[in-house]
Design a protein around this ligand. Sequence first.
Ligand code: PEP
Ligand code: MG
Length: 927
Amino acid sequence: MSKHRRWVYRFDQLASVEKRCETWDEVKGLLGGKGANLADMTRLGLPVPPGFVVTTAACRAYLAAGALPDDVWDQALEALAELESATGKRFGDPVNPLLVSCRSGAKFSMPGMMDTVLNIGLNDDTAAALARLTGDERFAWDAYRRLVQMFGRVVMGVADEPFEAVLRDARKRRGTTNDSDLPAADLREITRQFRALVRREAGREFPLDPQLQLREATEAVFRSWRGKRAQDYRRAAGIADDLGTAVNIVAMVFGNLGAGSATGVATTRNVSTGEAQLEGDYLRNAQGEDVVAGTREVLPIAELARDLPAAHAELVRIAQLLERHHRDVQDIEFTIERNKLWMLQTRDAKRTARAAVRIAVELTRERRITRREALARVTPEHVDFFLHPQLDPAAVKAARAEGRLLATGLNVSPGAAVGELAFDADRAEQWAVARRDVVMIRAETKPDDVHGMLAARGVITSRGGRTSHAALVARQFGKPAVVGILAMEVDGEARTAQVKRGAATTTLREGDWVSLDGTTGEVFLGKLPTVQPSLDDPFLRELLAWADEVRQLGVWANADYPRDAVRARELGAEGIGLCRTEHMFFETERLPLVQKLILATTAAERADMLARLLPMQRADFDGLFRAMDGLPVTIRLIDPPLHEFLPRHDEVSREVTVLETRLQLHDGDPAQLERELAGKRSLLGAISALREENPMLGLRGVRLGIHMPELVKMQVRAIFEAACACKRDGVRVRPKIMIPLIAHNNELRVEQTLLDEVAREVMAAAGQRIDYEFGTMIEIPRAALTADQIAEYAEFFSFGTNDLTQTTFGISRDDAETGFLTEYLQNGILSDNPFATLDERGVGHLMQIAVDLGRTTRPDLEIGICGEHGGDPRSIDLCHRLGLDYVSCSPFRIPVARLAAAHATLAHGKRAARRPAGHPRRPGRDH
Ligand code: PEP
Ligand code: MG
């Protein structure tokens, strides 16, 4: 680096910064977000108080050296001198003093995590001058006491409480609860006491030299980058530790100079609902921190139009200009000093999911952004919001106004939860069993706590980040959760939690009601009403229609019943990618038939049960075909291990023991007991015979179909009888028959011969021709590795990535997620849960091989995915890149998948056009 390295830029020197940086992102990296935007507003000719930025590079240099490099301070002093000429005031001048603020501002906003000192430059002389200049002695001493307090706390490390005690005493003496009732004389005395307090607590005097004040404040703000609060926040929010913060040194403007003055915050649109109108709050005659401190009642911005009409009109004009300039909703801070408006900050506004969708759509309609930009600005998480109950926005606003916002932590698992606090998992479970609504609260959770989390409506932890045990488990089970609440300390022994709220502390006890919002990370005291946001939101519908125009991947649904199929179509599904036929077998009137079928000892008995099941299955498929009306319906033949349909071995074994004991003790009619015992023993024998050490790797999937051909034949007969009946009624049908868990092409050959025969038979009997396809799931590595051979029989592939993940990793999908997988994620052995997000390197590689080999044999091979990953945005991105035709997911994930698929096209571009997904190729199969 050159000797003349530049550490300081005035707000009106943005051009020099831009010369040094390639992108706006780099400008923000150097000046911090706040500094960059203040400089930008200055360039736009907006009323920004003059000021300058000491860069993040200076912060890094200071932190590395442990001292402020001389040239940093020299350049700051130079800029200060220029500030003096710009304002016509002088720093420390006993006649016309300049006062400045010293504000932190990193590249990424870290709200409230670092420090700021206001009113720098005040001492006994300049305070007296300020009183003379403003004609307001009270104001001058109030500003001075605020400086001593803020400087004492931030720079000299004095706790806030003793300052507050002094103020409390003063208020008491005056018989008031409001600081603004304290007269100038009291404030002068308070300032004196504050200085004595600093001397006592910090062991040195509050510095009266303004330059020393500024230098020490700058260094303290730099140091606050390393403060515990800031570090914890960064770790949780994934912000790099080595960025440093900039310091903005800005000429003070005062919102507390009487009736013509005010200070406030606003957003250019409503960030809860998205409505296009300026929203915000302001305080008359107040200084910035009063608005956010929540200690005084704020007024809605609309009132400013009556109060200070000229300033209001200017604010509206500037708000619109800023929104147009940034092409996005802005969050602004302003101060009005004696009717003159000053802009103190602008940044892209944080917003709720509902607002994000509406704002994106309306900005597009207003031609501010393109449809593609609108799509890019809405995240899958925003769409996910519409699927979970939420706290009622009106109630949230009221709760905030009433000071019931308890704390904010990390928003790790979306949705709202309202319940009574339980401080351990057992208590949470007991209360849930007793039908009480519970929110489990812990310092952090461990595997022993999972039962409590499952029982609770929501989870709060004071510690931990986005990949803490609590966050992972909550997301996995869809429990709303807020973790990492820095202001909270949970004492599991005492069953209390202490929450710091400004200077006060609130104690939470077991049984207290709280309402948490896992979407925003907020926790409120008391019981707030919830609402279910509607997927029918017209803005969401419009946005998703745009997504459909962009995306290339089809979006299908995993649906087993006609009612799911109807829902899926309403949500935009273009087909059924997986109907798990065995789910229908679990219904109450069917399970006994299925059990008898499995336990049958003669062919006749088996045929009888199948004959009774056939009409039921036929009705299932009939309903699906009618609901989908011509869209593809992929029906997977029976898959699970048979033991899943039978009672558990240990239960039946226990029943046998009980019966044996009762018989010995003559407890009941012996003949009856003998009969029951014989029945149970035979059941136990059959269950034992079917018992497998590794049932998920045992007799299931295609193996079961080959082992029990009558069963799959019955299923195929039901499919074709239903299809023929539908066709007769004028309903279009597109059945796709899918074979699960194959490892070898010979398995498919055997099945295909068998099933084609049944299909032909049924069609001939009905005198109908049904276009159908025959395909397979790819769920085992060998199937992927031999996909060229498999494609000789299969006309379509569907990746069953639940099993493919299980078989590729060799870890049990049923046990791992509640077991060691959490440890793996916490230790960083795995960065993502492979059952939630596709493992690109391993499973993704096998998929790539299968796609390539499969299409070598059959270039028009249709390929989809129907594992859980089909609804996961990052996995959908991979599916797009792998060249799949569609993703299939549970109906409620469909809106998310439609957007994620559009994002994938936006990110990677379109793939070469191929045959449209689901188009039948073997009409009638009458070859
Ligand atoms: C899969 O394995 O990904 C799949 C969809 O099948 P199932 O979950 O029913 O085993
Ligand atoms: Mg499977």
